[in-house]
Write a protein that binds this ligand. Structure first.
Ligand SMILES: [Zn+2]
Length: 184
């Protein structure tokens, strides 16, 4: 990895009504409104976040019990994914809300009046490793810009187990993580 002077990434994520979908390969929460990330002068809109158990990406060779992918798109349709790893520890309130609403049935979406903010799921220090192009572990699709947060967040063993019971082991994507319809 090349050490470089990188512009910090800025995040402007706002609250959104909770909407949790079981799409058959992941548990996905849709993100409405204008929540954005800015990187190198480009603004990207947050579309959705979803989960993998165990992690797809590794940090310095270490795998994690769970990972979330925050999927963003810029005005030209280019995708960028922010990945965050979870370790087992104390609970996370946003994860609790998702767990409480996740449908066991494939193809189902549960909606709630409850507002969530993905900021509540992110580490305080948001420094990222940046990858352009291919990773050693297979990314969801080619041409996606990957940002992997250096710091992890904690979830309980029970929260990981709850995701696993619904998603099974979905760390080896059999289809792209974010199907095209998301972009329409
Ligand atoms: Zn993914």
């Amino acid at each position: 990895m090349i050490e470089a002077e990188l512009e910090p990434i800025s995040f402007a994520y706002h609250g959104t009504p909770l909407e949790v979908e079981n799409n058959g390969h992941s548990i996905k929460a849709g993100y409405a409104g204008e929540s954005t990330m800015e990187i190198d002068g480009t603004s990207l809109k947050l579309l959705q976040f979803h989960f993998h158990t165990p992690s797809e990406n590794h940090i310095e060779g270490k795998s994690y019990p769970m990972e979330t992918h925050l999927v963003h798109v810029d005005k030209d349709g280019n995708l960028a994914v922010v990945a965050v790893m979870f370790t087992e520890g104390k609970g996370n309130s946003l994860i609790s809300s998702v767990v409480d609403h996740m449908p066991e049935e494939v193809g189902k979406t549960n909606k709630s009046e409850q507002s969530i903010n993905v900021m509540d799921m992110l580490p305080e220090n948001k420094d990222c490793y940046r990858f352009n192009g291919s990773l050693t572990t297979p990314p969801c699709t080619e041409g996606v810009r990957w940002l992997v947060m250096k710091y992890t967040v904690e979830v309980t063993k029970e929260q990981v187990a709850a995701f696993k019971s619904v998603m099974h082991e979905n760390n080896r994507p059999v289809q792209p993580c974010y199907a095209r319809p998301v972009l329409k």
